[in-house]
Ligand binder design. Structure first.
Ligand code: FE2
Length: 358
């Protein structure tokens, strides 16, 4: 079988108040609203707002009634990612390959249609209580059947596509999930970081990235590693109750402009440790961007043998220390900022300590 998954079609977050969450993602991150589903469109059970920027599609969903089982999901995990939907050329082939590889089915292949055309979908369970919906678009004109166009223009922030989506899994479960992604979705082991790469005096984690053959779909998987104190991955698992999505990395074509916009919009970023820029330029060499602007905006830089990347991480985007957003711009580098992990751990541990979780 050739490549099974083409790209991330959309990411669905379950939230306690989709109306307000949609406002936050529009005003803070510059998304525009493009579609809506709810009582007014014939769905009396749940409401969903579809937001878009570049080729990034987010769906924010809230259950309307207390008996909806989605409330149990919310009680357990709080606001977070429930579905990383994947666009595929052939839903039936992708679904049967994944199930043969050991995936638990969540929805059998089915055709959904309305007056804008039809799509074929199916779904499987992945780590924690996250699912992958497969979407075969079949020239469908809108977002997905059941949604109605509902335009609220966004101011934009120069975000273009989803670069990678990271899962945090339980202690010693990372290798199992790396194998699982290979068997079910044909994503192979792209790069690994062990606890020597990603540790401080106190805490550690291990990370392996699985990716599609063309590297368009990239899923790093983290697990906690033993340290003198609680790993940030264990803090996440405790807060989320199960494994789940730790962060979504959104690509920018001009990270200086993007971060300036997001900061002006009130997005909170992890503080860059004092002294980070003191020996940075020695470590990463020449960059095209103005070093003064990068340090002013607190943007992180890392280099590998292929080039460099610029990145910055938000603080958690809800009250539990679970999901956050990364902004990334690649200049040749295909890695994930290993050189920054250590530098940032200091800040992450400070925040963990403030929450009483270190
Ligand atoms: Fe990342």
């Amino acid at each position: 079988m050739s490549q099974i998954v083409d790209k991330v079609h959309h990411v669905e977050l379950v939230v306690g108040n989709a109306k307000q969450a949609a406002y936050y993602y529009r005003k803070a991150f510059g998304f525009g609203q493009v579609a809506y589903r709810g009582p007014e469109t014939g769905d009396r059970e749940r409401v969903s707002y579809v937001l878009r920027q570049g080729d990034i599609w987010l769906v924010l969903t809230t259950p309307l009634h207390h008996l909806d089982p989605l409330n149990i999901w919310l009680t357990l995990h709080g606001d977070g990612v429930r579905d990383i939907a994947l666009e595929v050329a052939d839903v039936d082939a992708a679904f049967s390959h994944a199930v043969a590889g050991g995936a638990v089915p969540k929805a059998e292949p089915a055709t959904r249609k309305d007056d804008m055309g039809e799509v074929r979908t199916a779904a499987i369970a992945t780590y924690g209580e996250v699912i992958h919906t497969f979407v075969q678009r079949m020239d469908y004109k809108g977002f997905l059947p059941g949604f109605r166009p509902s335009e609220v223009p966004g101011a934009g922030a120069g975000l273009t596509f989803i670069d990678h989506i990271v899962g945090n899994v339980e202690d010693r479960q990372m290798d199992r999930w790396v194998d699982w992604y290979d068997r079910t979705l044909g994503l192979d082991r792209f790069v690994s970081y062990d606890d020597k790469d990603i540790s401080t005096e106190f805490t550690a984690l291990r990370s392996t990235v699985v990716a599609s053959a063309d590297r368009v779909v990239k899923f790093p998987l983290n697990e906690p590693a033993a340290g003198r104190r609680k790993s940030q991955i264990q803090e996440y698992i405790d807060a989320n109750v199960t494994a789940g999505v730790q962060h979504i990395a959104l690509a920018s074509r001009d990270i200086i402009a993007t971060i300036a916009t997001l900061r002006a919009n009130g997005v909170e970023f992890l503080a860059v440790p004092r002294g980070y820029y003191d020996n940075l330029w020695q470590r990463v060499g020449e960059v095209q961007e103005d070093p003064g602007r990068l340090s002013e905006l607190g943007i992180l830089v890392d280099r590998d043998d292929k080039g460099y990347l610029l990145q910055l991480f938000t603080r958690p985007v809800q009250d539990r220390p679970t999901l956050f957003i990364e902004i990334i711009q690649r200049r040749g580098s295909n890695s994930f900022g290993k050189g920054n992990f250590k530098a940032l751990f200091e800040t992450i541990e400070q925040e963990q300590a403030h929450r009483g979780n270190l």
